[in-house]
Design a protein around this ligand. Structure first.
Ligand code: PGD
Length: 765
């Protein structure tokens, strides 16, 4: 039997002895497999796997309440004891404070597999108990999700209906990629990737003569197959370059007036800004050169070229994960609208062709999902406001035209995410995690988040359970049969919740009388019925389960974003307030937010190389997605560890900056600013722009016992401000910060977080 398995970073085939994977090779259908799959087998039996349930000692001794989490030892307990304690605490909190005291937002990617999707399981469980405080939006796309519906349409539409990569390969003549087209990012997609194809489509377009321009502080942000011209504005200033491109189109009569008239609103307001009518400053290439560092003649020539050929303007997700993240998106949409090519094959606007594998994959039919039930309360936070919520219960704040109040949360339940990876200003997050009465975490590994919990329950890895899965935007549906037994006492999240639900008297409501295997069959059969009613003949469950993979129907393989809108804007209006592209938004202007006015603008961020803060911290840190793992997942795996330097995460620096500091490749450096510091291993390389350093996210947070702001391993989130992208979207702005780097002269000890935390059996407890 072929034993295929799906991860967020690709499908693989494996041999197993029932306990561990003995051989792993990429799925034969994948033309560009990624070495990330090597992390799976090597991590499965790492000492940081959680082997059984644990309770934080102080919680067990003193009961629920605020506490100094993250430094105490844990007491191993039996499953029965852990589940009794969990059920008792949930009963107490729901009984005394209600569902509004339970934060179940639990952001995170968890693992591939549709049924055992950790967040869905948690939400279904908490809904059986009355509901929970939820989160809205994501760390990936927090700004776009709120903002794009005002301007061009829902983010799901923009990303899932994006013009197919095969269409770009055939039609684009110029691709201007703000934030690049990075194969390391498109190695992954939530839920999985079957056929990686970024290098393939870029190579095909290039072979046909398409020119690529990669706008990024990192030269290798676009696949080498594109042979791209590299333009490197100061990080955070792309919008100024876009404004100048737009200004040239406007000033030289190159803007498509007919398109602007028929398909957009508000161009004149924006044009007035470009011309300097509002502030006396024309946003011309000379102005932009002073802001971005990109020569004016380069910007002017690019604008003319963009107007002359079929051009795609694409903006990466990373650009909106920053202060004023709306602005590069909005300017990108405005620029594409001025070129008049939105809705044409190979031209127009894109968002995330280099950010996740699914963008540019034509949409396929929906897939089975676990029903999550109904949340009995309607209280939410924008996902990246977690620390604000825990630190400031009862405080009012503004978001997306609303005034909201942070709830008073007593119990935090996390399942399938790692906030001590994904959030910013980790010392502040640690203070926030000290506040609730109880924190519950399920994870397969002793991540920093598990170490900050009171009740820690070991979950299985996806290779240890039966499931099925398919990536967002991917069209190959895989059965995911268990490849090995669960490690030690690990259980899947479903079994954990089923046992807790039983104790809380909601067992039948949660399980509906089904085992995990029963659910897999039931959900598939329901889906199968719906698909056959829609005219799709698909194999039944037994045939699917016994097979290798299933190609899902794709209704429009050559989809072009907004083609129908272009053909008939009255019949197919956009999902914006006016039904058109909004270059000026009366709705956004009406909110009156200084950090997001009514049309695209250049706003100086607090931390950029052109501002006063750079005098003290003169290097711009780009904290992007890692190449050797997904987020923080399987950081203990061989591929992730293969690039570490003396066990520290690598940081890349331009030779001129390294020379100025007297450091060279292989040195351990201290990266610091006023918020925190971390160690990292230096790589000197001119692929980064001078003035920039790049340290990817994902190294497990390894705080110094005396200083939670000092990570000994290289997690950049100790350095980055917990500051929202804007009042409008309250999104994650974790991409950029200012730092200084110096040679580290202290002792270089083992990374503690790669060992399990101290555990002790305490008689009587
Ligand atoms: P992961 O490391 O994927 O990070 O943040 P996210 O929290 O998603 O965490 C998933 C966790 O789920 C892992 O600890 C894994 O072991 C666990 N897990 C996996 N499978 C299971 C399971 O079946 N059950 C249970 N219970 N647990 C499981 C990612 C987030 O980080 C994202 S999406 C983005 S885009 C952000 N990017 C940036 C950035 O660009 N810059 C900065 N500075 N910070 C960022 N943070 C954000």
């Amino acid at each position: 039997m072929v034993t295929t398995h799906l991860t967020h970073w690709g499908a693989f085939e494996a041999d197993s002895d029932g306990e561990r994977l003995t051989r792993v090779r990429p799925w034969r259908g994948d033309p560009e497999p990624t070495p990330l799959i090597e992390n799976v087998a090597s991590a499965q039996h790492h000492p940081t796997r959680i082997d059984q349930p644990y309770i934080r000692r102080g919680w067990l001794e003193n009961g629920p309440g605020p506490g100094a989490r993250g430094s105490e030892s844990f007491v191993p307990v039996s499953w029965d004891r852990a589940l009794d304690l969990l059920a008792g605490e949930l009963r107490r909190v729901y009984g005394q404070y209600g569902a509004e005291a339970v934060y179940g937002g639990s952001y995170g990617w968890a693992s591939a597999g549709r049924f055992h999707h950790a967040q869905s399981q948690l939400h279904r469980f908490l809904n059986c108990l009355g509901g929970y405080v939820r989160h809205v939006n994501s760390y990936s796309l927090g700004t776009s999700t709120v903002f794009l519906p005002y301007v061009i349409g829902d983010v799901g539409w923009v990303t899932q209906r994006a013009t197919a990569k095969t269409v770009l390969a055939e039609h684009s003549e110029l691709v201007v990629a703000f934030g690049g087209l990075s194969p390391k990012n498109t190695a992954v997609s939530p839920g999985g990737v079957s056929r990686h194809n970024t290098r393939g489509w870029i190579a095909a377009a290039r072979a046909r003569g398409c020119r690529f321009v990669s706008v990024s502080p990192l030269r290798d942000d676009t696949a080498s197959e594109g042979d791209a011209e590299w333009i490197a504005p100061l990080p955070g200033t792309d919008v100024a370059m876009m404004l100048a491109l737009a200004q040239v189109l406007d000033a030289e009569g190159l803007a498509d007036r007919e398109f602007l008239r028929e398909y957009t609103v508000g161009y004149e307001r924006f044009a007035a800004y470009l011309r300097g009518a509002e502030d006396g400053v024309a946003k011309d290439p000379e102005w932009a050169a002073a802001v971005t560092g990109v020569p004016a003649n380069r910007i002017r020539a690019l604008a003319r070229e963009m107007a002359a050929v079929r051009t795609l303007v694409t903006v990466s997700w990373s650009l909106q994960r920053a202060r004023h993240g709306e602005q590069p998106l909005w300017a990108g949409v405005a620029l594409a609208a001025m070129l008049g090519q939105i809705g044409l094959p190979g031209g127009g606007f894109g968002h995330g062709y280099g950010s996740a594998a699914g963008v540019g994959e034509p949409a396929r039919v929906p897939v089975p999902r676990l029903p999550q039930g109904r949340n009995g309360i309607d209280i939410f936070i924008p996902v990246a406001r977690i620390a604000d919520m825990l630190l400031n219960p009862g405080t009012r704040y503004r978001y997306n035209g609303q005034e909201l109040v942070y709830p008073d949360v007593r119990l935090v339940y996390w399942c399938g995410g790692n906030p001590f990876h994904h959030h910013q200003d980790l010392a502040r997050l640690r203070a926030a995690f000290a506040r609730p009465d109880t924190i519950v975490v399920h994870d397969a590994f002793w991540t920093a988040t598990a170490r900050h919990a009171d009740i820690v329950l070991p979950s299985t890895m996806s290779i240890e359970r039966d499931d099925y899965g398919v990536g967002e935007g991917d069209s190959v549906f895989f059965p995911m049969r268990a490849l090995t037994r669960p490690r030690a006492e690990a259980r899947d999240d479903y079994s954990i919740f089923a046992a807790a639900a039983e104790r809380l008297g909601v067992g039948p409501q949660f399980t509906e009388g089904r085992s995990a295997g029963g659910w897999l069959r039931h959900l598939y059969e329901q889906w199968h019925l719906a698909q056959s009613r829609a005219g799709h003949e698909l194999p039944d469950f037994d045939a699917f389960w016994a097979g290798e993979s299933l190609e899902l129907p794709v209704p429009d393989p050559r989809q072009v974003l907004a083609a129908d809108f272009r053909a008939d804007p009255v019949r197919y209006p956009l999902a914006t307030p006016s039904g058109k592209i909004e270059i000026f938004s009366a709705t956004i202007a009406g909110f009156g937010y200084a950090d997001c006015p009514g049309h695209p603008v250049w706003l100086e961020p607090e931390e950029w190389l052109g501002g006063p803060a750079a005098e003290r911290y003169p290097l711009q840190l780009v904290a992007n997605q890692p190449r050797t793992k997904l987020h923080s997942q399987l950081d203990v795996g061989v591929y992730s560890r293969s690039v570490k330097i003396s066990g520290r995460e690598p940081i890349r620096m331009h030779p001129s900056d390294a020379a100025a500091r007297g450091v060279s490749t292989g040195a351990i450096v201290r990266v610091f600013n006023g918020r925190g510091s971390c160690l990292a291993g230096l790589v000197v390389d001119d692929v980064v722009r001078a003035g920039v350093v790049q340290l990817s996210t994902g190294a497990w947070y390894d705080p110094d016992p005396a200083d939670p702001g000092f990570c000994r391993h290289g997690n950049p989130n100790v350095l980055i401000a917990d500051r929202a992208s804007s009042t409008l979207s309250q999104g994650c702005a974790g991409q950029l910060t200012l730092v200084e780097v110096e040679r580290y002269t202290g002792p270089i000890t083992e990374v503690e977080v790669f060992r399990p935390p101290p555990a002790e059996v305490v008689p009587g407890l």
